[in-house]
Design a protein around this ligand. Structure first.
Ligand code: ATP
Ligand code: MG
Length: 571
């Protein structure tokens, strides 16, 4: 077994400095700054990793296509030259609206080389969410397929005066000055490109948040973020030379870019990209056939695997798998333990957000896991728990107290603004502290435990109840597959705890079962915190990134307007 890069959390954290870690990056030649794409691709293509597989693309029909670091240097160079040809300048916005195909990845890296700003959109968005993002993001160039263009974009063109070029990945001829053939442009472009001087503070990536609590916000990131991608790749994803790595997230969500493009390449490993959406059998087959060593996924996928009666370690050869990680939503203790029992290793939970640009709190391979905990802050990141009100801010030093999770400003991948909303950005900080909007607690040993989103906290009979705690208890009941909890206004107790429960296949939804689940919750949580109402539901509404949309359950329950549904996953 390879020894972990982070052998001892305490000593690495104590001796950590971002300046020292910077030595693991190259910087542009002749001191011309720091460019994400240079760190991810070019420096490897110029060295020992030239012929190493950078990307392994798995097509829908399971056909595999490998691209080396050298291939990717040339493809991204060509794309950067295409942008140059089209007059794209530093800071201009280049969007993609594509499935997980090579074009998405070379467009991302080529855009970064050109020091323009890349913004990937998830390809299942309908026309309106696409319009919102292209217009709010001031898109100048959009890369998409003919099919997506015809179905969802052409109708929007009249409302997008700033959109100068649409580059179609699968047509041979230009339709007009505006609607061009990408293959043709790529063919005409040179495969040599010199990255211009890049200030580490130059904007690089624009990502919209998942829209779980409301209207998605556009968070802007700079080239310097690559330092966090590098460090977390080393210490959290524990990349080793020769690793095969698979991140299941789409680049339309920040995880799919930070950890589905940049972090693995910066660390010089092979990055598996699967074009398909979730499919349990396919996922297991990929883990086995591609000999995946490190696997980064999300609770929504893990819960779906858990619902099936498969013990993967007995049915698949997973001897290469060394590490499994999860992000995006709370990972219930159940799921961590299920990993232990069924894969022979726990899922390591980690916490971060679109705004943080990279992993901030994590379980590390070398650190004992406390199932249900998010782990400890990344070395170099200072986290704390704070009491925050409209006009006060106080750090809470005592352990085991619930409060706002806050991060000390200054980690390199911190977002630099919210698009068109500087006031909201400003209000997310109190002095040196960034207020994440999540509530958590820290135990006496420094492990962080997720409590809930500040917006989702339920105030019932004088208690503050986090949905995560209640949902975790419900999920321990053998009949429950998933649960979501909201607060419902109640004249006597403020809010009452209401649970929506999805049952496992074969379970009968009836009053007896409801009583049994209620009794179980009361035993685990006490009567004040246990749900007063339980409703069975076939599916929980989720964002397309797999997060439970509690605000939608609540709006429906109360008959209120449903709000922005641009990221709602259609069942
Ligand atoms: P919006 O900000 O638009 O409401 P969002 O917060 O869901 O959407 P993201 O930035 O994609 O958008 O998600 C980050 C959030 O996801 C975190 O703030 C946290 O609430 C949740 N999250 C991520 N990882 C974890 C984790 N390991 N445990 C608990 N919650 C997590
Ligand atoms: Mg958020």
């Amino acid at each position: 077994m390879l020894s972990p890069n982070l052998t001892d959390y305490t000593s690495v954290a104590a001796g950590f400095s971002w300046e020292k870690e910077q030595a693991g990056l190259s910087g542009l030649p002749n001191g011309q700054g720091l460019n994400m794409a240079h760190e991810a691709v070019d420096r490897h293509a110029a060295g020992d990793l030239k012929y190493k597989t950078a990307f392994r693309f798995i097509h829908k029909d399971m056909l595999v296509m490998d691209c080396t670091y050298q291939d990717f240097r040339e493809l991204s160079n060509r794309f950067a030259n295409v942008l140059g040809e089209l007059g794209v300048a530093k800071g201009d916005r280049v969007f993609s609206f594509l499935g997980r195909m090579p074009e998405l990845y070379f467009a991302a890296l080529g855009t970064l080389k050109k020091v323009a700003v890349f913004c990937p959109l998830f390809n299942v968005f309908g026309p309106e969410p696409v319009f919102q993002r292209l217009s709010r993001g001031d898109a100048k160039v959009l890369v998409t397929t003919k099919d997506l263009f015809e179905k969802k974009v052409r109708q929007l063109l009249g409302r997008l005066p700033e959109l100068t070029y649409v580059l179609l990945t699968d047509v041979d001829h230009d339709e007009s000055q505006q609607i061009r053939s990408l293959p043709r442009l790529m063919e005409q472009a040179s495969d040599a490109f010199t990255i211009p001087p890049t200030d580490p503070e130059d904007p690089a990536l624009l990502h919209f948040t998942s829209g779980t609590t409301g209207m998605p916000k556009g968070a802007l990131h700079v080239h310097k973020a690559v330092l966090v991608h590098y460090v977390t790749g080393k210490y959290v994803l524990d990349f080793h030379p020769g690793d095969i790595y698979w991140c299941t997230a789409d680049p339309g969500w920040v995880t799919g870019t930070s950890y589905g493009i940049i972090a693995p390449l910066v660390n010089g490993v092979t990055n598996v990209v699967d074009e398909e959406e979730f499919d349990a059998t396919r996922w297991y087959a990929i883990l086995e056939e591609q000999k995946v060593n490190v696997w980064y996924t999300a609770p929504t996928g893990i819960r779906r695997l858990m619902r099936m009666n498969i013990v993967p370690k007995d049915q698949y050869n997973l001897e290469n798998l060394r590490l499994m990680l999860s992000v995006g939503e709370p990972l219930h203790a159940e799921a961590v333990i299920w990993g232990e029992q069924n894969f022979g290793m726990p899922f390591l939970d980690n916490w971060w957000q679109t705004e943080t640009g990279g992993i901030m709190i994590a379980n590390y391979r070398s650190m004992p896991v406390r199932p249900g905990s998010m782990g400890k802050p990344l070395p170099g990141v200072e986290a704390a728990i704070a009491e925050v009100t409209d006009n006060s801010f106080r750090l809470i030093d005592e352990p085991d107290k619930d409060g706002h999770l806050v991060l000390k400003r200054g980690w390199p991948s911190m977002f630099r603004t919210y698009l068109h909303d500087p006031a909201l950005y400003h209000n997310s900080f109190h002095g040196e502290w960034y207020i994440t909007g999540d509530l958590a607690r820290r135990d006496a040993d420094g492990y962080y435990w997720f409590v809930g989103r500040a917006d989702d906290i339920i105030k019932t009979s004088g208690h503050m109840v986090g949905p995560f705690e209640v949902e975790s208890a419900l999920m321990e009941h053998p009949a429950v597959a998933e649960a979501a909890v909201i607060g419902k206004p109640d004249p006597l107790i403020g809010e009452l705890v209401k649970a929506f429960v999805v049952l496992k296949p074969g379970q009968q939804a009836n009053e007896d079962l409801k009583m049994d689940i209620t009794a179980h919750a009361r035993r685990k949580l006490g009567p004040a915190v246990a749900p007063k109402e339980i409703a069975f539901i076939d599916n929980l509404p989720k964002t397309r990134s797999g997060k439970i949309l509690r605000r939608l359950l609540k709006a429906r329950e109360l008959g209120l307007p449903e709000g922005d549904l641009s990221t709602l996953e259609q069942p």
